[in-house]
Design a protein around this ligand. Structure first.
Ligand code: ATP
Ligand code: MG
Length: 140
C-alpha cells in the first residue's frame, strides 16, 4: 500500500548554490505539503549511517564526504502517492538522464552532486523521516 509521505534532503551542492528556496518552491507547487523541515549539517559518521545501505558500493566514501561537505535541508513531505510522485519530480539520479524540468535537470551538477535526495520506498521514507525528526519536530 502506498503511503502519503516521503523524505527529502536538499544536498550541499544545491544549498551552497543558493537554490534551496527555488527547490522548495517547486516542491510546494507540485502539491507536496511540508510536514517537517530543518537546515542542518551532517557529520561524515551520520552521513555514513544514513547511506549505510550503499556501504558496499564503490562511491560510498565519496558520497559520505560529499553529504557532510556543507549544510543540507531535510524535510518530510506529504502528498498522495508521495514516494513515486516525488521521484518523478526530481528526475533520474544522473542529471544527464534527468527529464527536462525536473529538479535534477535544473539544479544538479553531476551524479554525486545531484541536488536532492528522495526516498525510494514507503518503508525507507518512514525510516529516513524518523532518522532526522522526532515527534516534536513535525506537524503531524
Ligand atoms: P538518492 O538516494 O540520493 O535520492 P537515488 O535514489 O537516485 O539518489 P541511489 O542509487 O540511492 O540514487 O544513490 C544514492 C546517491 O549516491 C545518489 O544520489 C548519488 O549522489 C550517489 N551515486 C549513485 N550512483 C553513483 C555513482 N555511480 N557515482 C557516484 N555517486 C553515485
Ligand atoms: Mg536512493
Amino acid at each position: 500500500m502506498a503511503t502519503n509521505r516521503t523524505f527529502t534532503m536538499i544536498k550541499p551542492d544545491a544549498f551552497g548554490a543558493g537554490n534551496s528556496g527555488a527547490i522548495l518552491k517547486m516542491i510546494e507547487e507540485a502539491g507536496f505539503k511540508i510536514v517537517a523541515l530543518k537546515a542542518t549539517k551532517l557529520t561524515k559518521e551520520v552521513a555514513g549511517k544514513f547511506y549505510e545501505v550503499h556501504s558496499a558500493r564503490p562511491f560510498y566514501g565519496e558520497l559520505c564526504d560529499f553529504m557532510s561537505s556543507g549544510p543540507i535541508i531535510a524535510a518530510i513531505l506529504e502528498k498522495e502517492n508521495a514516494v513515486a510522485d516525488f521521484r518523478t519530480l526530481i528526475g533520474a539520479t544522473n542529471p544527464k538522464e534527468a527529464a527536462p524540468g525536473t529538479i535534477r535537470n535544473l539544479f544538479a551538477k553531476s551524479i554525486d552532486a545531484n541536488a536532492v535526495h528522495g526516498s525510494d520506498s514507503d518503508e525507507n521514507a518512514a525510516i529516513e523521516g524518523n532518522f532526522f525528526f522526532s515527534q516534536f519536530e513535525r506537524i503531524a
